[in-house]
Design a protein around this ligand. Structure first.
Ligand SMILES: NC(=O)c1ccc[n+]([C@@H]2O[C@H](COP(=O)([O-])OP(=O)(O)OC[C@H]3O[C@@H](n4cnc5c(N)ncnc54)[C@H](OP(=O)(O)O)[C@@H]3O)[C@@H](O)[C@H]2O)c1
Length: 285
């Protein structure tokens, strides 16, 4: 077994820390000794994670902020400084999709020209709500950029640090129905490369994880049927996942720890690493 990395000198800011994947990462970093700032919009969900971390003897602090709002992020940073000190690692987990930005159609249908999707017309590219589309772009792109600007300052001043962004299978090729999300997650990998090059002189590494299909509260509605079985889309996904199952949050921990560990991945930057049960490797035939 690889030895557990020692994060005892680290102050980790985890955005989306109340969510399925990043609550597991936050708990794991705390187990490795990091002081963890849990950032998101909903205090209650973050507080639950903080209690779990405290119960295991870890150190966590809840910092409520919207990743789309630079001034809220500045306030959160001041709070993190007061409680823990400057940030040494940033995990940009806040993000996701919104049902209104997802088309019901997988291919163009002339019926979508009939009116807004709130009417009986099916939701396609032409009658999708453009504002919801833009919201998804905003949260998954600027919601990564802004925390990098706010918390990245601590790391460049220290001359050391690691940033971990969240990409997706959509980064590589867009899935049907989720154009905004796919476009945004593709941008995340591109920005990860750009920022890695830019911050290299300051010894701040920037990488991303591209999770395959993990069931969270939102994707449950898409991947699972009402009876608890698989939806047709869930069946399609598993048929294209060679390891034959959905991911569990703990499946991400080894990769996240590696990419954040200043020793183990000291020469790794600008990479997007897929943790996907083989989804990307499979041609499906
Ligand atoms: N689950 C998957 O299969 C999968 C696959 C590929 C990529 N990803 C990506 O991995 C990341 C984590 O996914 P997850 O499954 O853990 O999602 P999740 O359970 O929905 O958690 C996302 C978290 O982000 C927070 N958030 C959303 N918008 C925010 C905002 N504007 N400001 C601050 N916080 C915000 C949410 O909390 P509040 O609403 O309380 O703020 C929520 O706790 C996301 O970027 C997602 O796109 C997930």
């Amino acid at each position: 077994m690889t030895p557990e990395p020692d994060f005892s000198q680290d102050i980790a800011v985890v955005t989306g820390a109340g969510g399925t994947l990043c609550s597991a990462i936050a708990r794991n970093l705390a187990r490795g000794g990091a002081k963890v700032a849990l950032l998101g919009r909903t205090r209650e969900t973050l507080a639950r994670v903080a209690i779990e971390i405290a119960a295991e003897g870890g150190d966590a602090h809840v910092a409520v902020a919207d990743v789309n709002d630079a001034s809220q992020l500045d306030h959160a940073k001041a709070e993190v400084h007061r409680v823990f000190g400057p940030c040494t690692m940033l995990i940009n987990g806040a993000g996701g999709n919104h049902p209104d930005s997802v088309t019901t159609l997988t291919r163009f249908d002339p019926k979508e020209l009939d009116g807004p999707s709130a009417t009986k017309a099916p939701r396609g590219f032409f009658n999708l709500d453009a504002e919801r589309f833009a919201d998804v772009l905003q949260t998954n792109t600027m919601g990564t950029v802004l925390p990098c600007r706010v918390f990245g300052r601590d790391m460049v001043q220290a001359g050391n640090g690691a940033i971990l962004n969240f990409a997706s299978m959509n980064t590589y090729r867009p899935l049907t129905r989720v154009a905004a999300y796919a476009m945004a997650k593709s941008a995340v990998a591109n920005f990860t490369q750009w920022l890695a090059v830019y911050l290299a002189p300051a010894n701040v590494r920037v990488n991303a994880i591209a999770p395959g299909f993990f069931v969270n509260e939102r994707s449950k509605r898409i991947l699972m049927a009402d009876d608890g079985g698989l939806s047709p889309r869930g069946e399609q996904v598993l048929a294209h996942t060679p390891l034959g199952r959905f991911g569990q949050p703990d499946d991400l921990l080894g990769c996240a720890r590696w990419l954040l560990d200043h020793n183990a991945s000291a020469f790794v930057t600008g990479q997007t690493v897929a943790v996907d049960g083989g989804f990307l490797a499979s041609a499906g035939v």
